[in-house]
Design a protein around this ligand. Structure first.
Ligand code: CP3
Length: 354
């Protein structure tokens, strides 16, 4: 597979790809599209290669990671690949006893709640994740001009899994720690910022052309708490990788009230869920940032006509933006019809061809 096979490929280098140009807020031949959670999920070719292999183990096999990462690029002709892994992989790599339970998510055997627990979060070295370096080397060779997005979980979202011990609706243990022992909380987020920064550096040095920080659950916080207790750690991550010059994307769900602060945290691109139209999101984020989003992933369960109409709404709201990357407002839902995604990519490309 090579991105040069694509019928719409006047792009000759990764650097000039529509995706990276949009991240840099430069003119684009068409609005670039990719989907959070495009790798894995419902693709039959994914289910086939994953058969019998537990999720975390599959993340440690470079050939398998390469194949799964390429599958949605081949099938949907998206403008970027996202590295197949999970936000808890670096935690597993430093020896945290955790597993990803199908249909549940990450489950941590001994939750992190005391100062003594903090000592279990040691530094991440490139050797801890050598399979990531190997897989990215293989991937960039296969991808041609299609950019590869590396990613990591943001300190708050990782802390939520570590402190709760698993997925959580209300984040009660996490918030109890944040409000009850602000110093321990700050130290925990700072440790996670270092681990996350190290993990992103490995991916960039191996060849990732952009990185996304997933702060999926940060929408659970009020702005004042975000500013005081979370933003410094996320900003530290963006600072740590600023020198590479690769675009940094910052995404969370339910972040309408946080968009201004997320804009301040330091990313080049801010991801927006479906609850705030992109023109309004641009006002909240402020100038100098591209936006990524924001079709409701549930819309893909509707009729092709309805999907087209909702896509048009997103594109209209994005018309005046300085840099737009089309995406869903959150990850692809597991039972999404893959053909609906393929049609969506073609539709956005067609409607925005300049
Ligand atoms: O975007 C991609 O396609 C790349 C791969 C990717 C995965 N997880 C693979 C995965 C990415 C970017 C993630 C990020 C991730 N993981 C986030 C942030 C994104 C988001 O959706 O908000 C979060 C919160 C996690 C934690 C996690 N891991 C969850 C909530 C789940 C789903 C549990 C379930 O089965 O519903 C996982 C498991 C997971 N991560 C799977 C995949 C393909 C499913 C694995 C399986 O079922 O065996």
């Amino acid at each position: 597979m090579s991105a040069n096979d694509s019928p719409r490929a006047p792009q000759t280098t990764t650097h000039d790809s529509a995706f990276l140009r949009a991240c840099r807020r430069e003119p684009v031949p068409h609005t670039p599209v990719w989907f959070m959670r495009q790798a894995g999920r419902s693709l039959p070719e994914y289910l086939k290669v994953r058969e019998g292999i537990p999720m975390l183990e599959s993340c440690m096999r470079p050939e398998l990671v390469t194949e799964i990462t390429l599958q949605p690029v081949r099938r949907h002709k998206v403008d970027a690949a996202i590295y197949f892994s999970d936000i808890v992989v670096p935690l597993k790599a430093i020896g945290i006893d955790l597993d990803i339970k199908p249909g549940v998510g990450p489950v941590v055997a001994d939750p992190v709640r005391t100062r003594a627990d903090l000592d279990r979060l040691r530094d991440l070295t490139p050797e801890d994740v050598h399979y990531v370096t190997e897989a990215i080397g293989m991937l960039t060779a296969e991808l041609g001009a299609t950019p590869l997005i590396g990613f990591a979980g943001a300190p708050f979202t990782l802390a939520s899994y570590l402190v709760e011990g698993g997925p959580s609706r209300n984040h009660e243990h996490t918030k109890a720690l944040m409000y009850g022992d602000p110093q321990l909380w700050a130290d925990l987020l700072d440790r996670l910022a270092e681990i996350t920064s190290a993990f992103l550096k490995v991916q960039i040095e191996a060849g990732a052309s952009a990185v996304q920080l997933f702060d999926s659950w940060v929408g659970a916080l009020a702005p004042a708490d975000y500013r005081r207790s979370v933003m410094p750690a996320s900003a530290k991550v963006f600072d740590a990788v600023a020198g590479y010059g690769v675009p940094r994307i910052h995404f969370g769900v339910g972040t309408g009230e946080l968009l201004g602060l997320m804009g301040e945290a330091g990313a080049d691109v801010v991801g927006v869920d479906w609850r705030v139209p992109l023109d309004e999101a641009a006002r909240r984020v402020g100038p100098g940032r591209a936006l990524q989003g924001n079709l409701d992933p549930a819309v893909l369960f509707s009729t092709p006509e309805a999907v087209r109409a909702k896509t048009r709404e997103v594109l209209d709201a994005a018309a005046g933006l300085d840099g737009h990357i089309f995406n869903l407002g959150h990850g692809v839902l597991p039972t999404t019809d893959p053909d609906a995604l393929t049609r969506l990519v073609a539709d956005v490309h067609e409607q925005t061809a300049r």
